[in-house]
Write a protein that binds this ligand. Structure first.
Ligand SMILES: CC(C)(COP(=O)(O)OP(=O)(O)OC[C@H]1O[C@@H](n2cnc3c(N)ncnc32)[C@H](O)[C@@H]1OP(=O)(O)O)[C@@H](O)C(=O)NCCC(=O)NCCS
Length: 283
């Protein structure tokens, strides 16, 4: 379900497995494996990597394949020069086909469970804006490096009249203090790169995309002498409660999402937000 490029040639066994996976390549996710066996996963649903069902399905499959092939680590980034991901594709939520909306939400849950709960190290090379679901993906990784520039990152759901699900909130609280998360979430705060660094929402900055990837690679390198099993089990223990909460409440969480979409006020809010985005794009 994704395209494959090789970077370097020492990751032979990994590469062999990845080649098999690339037989069913799709266009929205690119995977490149470096000499150390670290996979750089690039979202490439341009212009803004909004997370629709197709992109999420490819990401879900990619995460399965990386786990199966025992990747040494994963760096998540974007093919856009200015946007990491614009978050959930609003068109999946506006006047939706409810059967598709259910599959969409279940796939997003799967992606989060696999990314937040992965045994291998994960880092986000945030080379542009990361609102809402884009921020969620970054928060699901263990380390975040953001490119400097006039970019913003945050969970802005309340600004759209949407309530962020518990697991979005848990991801934020796993990264910054509950107090800061509450303030940011209730106000729909979008952080500048400097503010994100100061708050701890991101760990480092870099001048450009190459720099963000290099620093992510440096983070993953820290685990070279650490037992992968001990590492994965420790991460699992730290992340266990939010993961278990969603696994035990998936159905209820999905129903809540679908009920939101059935609310005329929410639909009106989405309609106005889409109009404002289109208006902005025309200027
Ligand atoms: C991410 C962002 C900062 C990028 O800004 P930009 O580079 O100037 O790009 P634009 O805003 O012009 O968006 C490009 C196109 O993507 C569309 N788009 C942007 N975000 C989208 C989203 N989340 N879902 C669907 N479409 C989206 C825009 O409507 C525009 O479509 P058009 O070309 O048909 O007019 C900006 O698009 C944005 O803020 N998006 C909304 C993010 C958000 O609130 N997501 C929450 C979803 S729950």
């Amino acid at each position: 379900m994704f395209t494959l490029r090789q970077v370097g040639c020492n990751a032979r066994s990994m590469l062999g497995s990845l080649r098999q996976m690339s037989a069913s390549a799709g266009p929205l996710v690119d995977v490149a494996v470096d000499n150390a066996g670290v996979a750089t996963v690039t979202m490439q649903r341009l212009p803004v990597n909004s997370l629709n069902l197709d992109l999420l399905t490819e990401m879900n499959k990619t995460l399965d394949d990386l786990a199966k092939n025992k990747t040494r680590g994963m760096i998540l980034t974007s093919a856009s020069p200015t946007v990491f991901s614009a978050g959930l594709d609003i068109m999946e939520m506006y006047n939706p086909d409810f059967k598709r909306a259910e599959t969409f939400w279940n796939t997003l849950q799967d992606v989060w469970l696999k990314l937040f709960g992965s045994g291998y190290p994960t880092a986000a090379a945030i080379n542009g804006h990361a609102p809402a679901g884009g921020c969620l993906l970054a928060l699901s990784c263990e380390y975040r490096v953001m490119a400097t520039g006039k970019f913003t990152i945050g969970l802005n759901e309340t600004a759209l009249g949407i309530v962020a699900p518990t697991w979005f909130i848990d991801s934020m609280c796993n990264t910054i203090t509950s107090r800061e998360a509450e303030f940011a979430l209730t106000t729909g705060r979008m952080f500048s790169v400097d503010e994100a660094l100061k708050t701890g929402l991101i760990d480092e900055t870099a001048a450009d995309k190459a720099g963000t990837i290099e620093k992510c690679r440096g983070f993953i390198k820290k685990f070279e002498r650490i037992s992968p099993m001990a590492r994965a089990a420790t991460k699992q223990k730290i992340r266990e409660i939010p993961l278990r909460k969603l696994m035990q409440n998936r159905q209820k969480d999905t129903e809540e999402f679908l009920n939101y979409l059935k609310n005329p006020m929410v639909q009106k809010g989405l309609e106005m937000y889409i109009a404002s985005l289109k208006q902005k794009a025309k200027k």
